[in-house]
Design a protein around this ligand. Structure first.
Ligand code: NAI
Ligand SMILES: O=C(O)[C@H](O)CS(=O)(=O)O
Length: 478
């Protein structure tokens, strides 16, 4: 399979750039050849998106946008197995988890379709201001224009739809720059939306590297907003390059989970095995730091190690596989090195710790300190640290000792402690009696501190992809 950028509905079949290849991270089998775009392609895509915004999108009524999104959801449901297979092949995500991603993507399209018909404004009480009597004031939401969507490899379909679906619902055009590691699902998604009735040029696809295509897209003044999900260094660079446009940044994390002595351990152990190791920890809200009250620390650790060791590690294509490969060998080596660095400083590997090519065994570490990379930075790998605490205040202080603040989990049966702790945690979201890794697609989602700027979750992304316009009238006196 060869794939190129799709601009104004037409696929580019030639490239001035060296070809790139997508390989299955588990066995290195060929998945696709890419024809990467360059800066000139990006410029043409932006001009086309700008023109299409004025000639097509501005005229398209809400009910038509809602219908396209609903038809896309129906088509994705029909083809869910083939999309799941693509994600499994290009990202190495175990097939059961790939299917779960498709189910969520369908929901995101449906939420967006429903929201399209409820983009409302307000009527202002103008006479509340001195001199305002005899005036009427209205606030309406308008689409912002061209949205640049730059996405990561780990949830290639769902995290892309968290940008594309609300942007379409709001009536914008989009330039979609998916991760070069996982562009096949992106390519299939653009084709599916075209089949659902999206006119040419409303969603332009740019296949290419961050440097060749992401940077010029970010810098282009004809783009009104960049919505980015990915790593902190790239997010920082986007913030600097974006100039005078809106920016949403969904970045990394080293999410804390706090387990108090009254928690339901039967639930907590299983939930945190999944929360730390699903998709080999390559989830930005993955449980990375687990704080356990000292009185139950040993009991939790024993059960946690035991349940982790029962995970099936292997081929992501197999139904029974829990843990597959990491995205590439470079990332697996980097993560393995972090384990070794921590061990050299006194950390103990309770289980795991070994690597074979892209396969890193689920790893639990104890005796860690806050200056080790495995706790201080985002590991984005199947590595979790378990740390004891004595008091609620100590647990909250350790959890907040991070440059990140995306989501946290708190486990307790004491409702007062649950809310007290949730109020004090410096994160964009807190789950009580669930893992930091749990996300629903309709709640506001996004970090504080260096985990990002702005919120996603269909309604919230949509709001940020519209501009408020005020229209006032001074009525003539009789
Ligand atoms: N907060 C959130 O919702 C999420 C955050 N992430 C973060 O993403 C990272 C892993 O994903 P990756 O794909 O490796 O991230 P990445 O940051 O390397 O790449 C993400 C996207 O940015 C593009 N890019 C790279 N350099 C660029 C530049 N200078 N200007 C513009 N675009 C550029 C890439 O081509 C890709 O499409 C982790 O750090 C993870 O925490 C991942 C998923 C969700
Ligand atoms: O959608 C999700 O489950 C998460 O946002 C994926 S990630 O952002 O944590 O990687």
């Amino acid at each position: 399979m060869r794939i190129g950028s799709i601009i104004d509905g037409i696929e580019r079949t030639k490239s001035n750039q060296p070809a790139m290849y997508v390989k299955n991270p588990y066995n290195e089998e060929y998945v696709a050849e890419l024809l990467p775009a360059d800066e000139q392609d990006v410029k043409e895509a932006v001009q086309n998106s700008k023109d299409t915004f004025h000639t097509v999108m501005k005229q398209m009524p809400a009910h038509e946008r809602a219908d396209i999104l609903r038809r896309a959801a129906d088509l994705l449901e029909e083809r869910s197995e083939s999309f799941a297979e693509v994600i499994m092949l290009e990202a190495g995500k175990p097939i059961r988890y790939s299917r779960a991603e498709i189910d969520r993507s369908i929901q995101v399209l449906r939420f967006a379709s429903e929201m399209t018909k409820h983009i409302t404004g307000e009527v202002l009480p103008m006479d509340a201001a001195v001199g305002g009597s005899g005036r009427k004031g209205f606030v309406k939401r308008e689409p912002i224009g061209v949205v640049g969507a730059i996405t990561p490899f780990n949830f290639p379909l769902n995290l892309s739809l968290h940008k594309i679906a609300p942007a379409l619902a709001a009536g914008n055009t989009i330039i979609y720059k998916p991760a070069e590691k996982t562009p096949v699902s992106a390519y299939k998604l653009v084709q599916l939306l075209q089949e659902a009735g999206l006119p040419n040029g409303v969603l332009n696809l740019i296949i290419g590297t961050g440097q060749e295509t992401g940077v010029p897209l970010t810098r282009d003044d004809r783009v009104q907003k960049i919505t980015f999900t990915g790593s902190l260094p790239v997010g920082r660079s986007i913030q600097q390059e974006a100039g005078f446009k809106k920016v949403t940044l969904e970045l990394g994390s080293n999410s804390p989970n706090l387990i108090f002595e009254d928690a339901d351990l039967d639930h907590v152990v299983g939930a945190l095995v999944k929360g730390a190791f699903a998709f080999s920890g390559q989830v930005c809200i993955s449980a990375q730091r687990i704080y356990v009250q000292r009185t139950i620390y040993e009991m939790f650790l024993d059960r946690y190690v035991q349940e982790t060791e029962s995970l099936n590690v292997g081929n992501p294509a197999e139904e029974t596989t829990d843990i597959g490969p990491m995205i590439n060998e470079k990332e697996a080596k980097r993560a393995h090195q972090w384990i070794e660095d921590a061990a050299a400083k006194g950390a103990i590997v309770q289980t795991g710790g070994s690597r074979n090519k892209t396969m890193l065994k689920p790893t639990i570490m104890t005796n860690v300190t806050s200056n080790m990379k495995v706790t201080a930075e985002e590991v984005f790998a199947p590595i979790v640290s378990v740390i004891p605490f004595e008091t609620e205040a100590e647990a909250v202080a350790m959890a907040n000792d991070s440059i990140y603040g995306l989501q946290a989990g708190v486990f307790t049966k004491d409702i007062n402690r649950a809310f007290r702790t949730a109020d004090q945690l410096e994160t964009g979201g807190v789950w009580i009696n669930d893992i930091s890794t749990y996300r629903q697609d309709n709640h506001p989602y996004g970090g504080v501190k260096q985990s990002g700027i702005g919120k996603e979750g269909v309604k919230y992304a949509l709001e940020d992809m519209t501009e408020l316009k005020f229209i006032g009238i001074r009525l003539e006196e009789e």
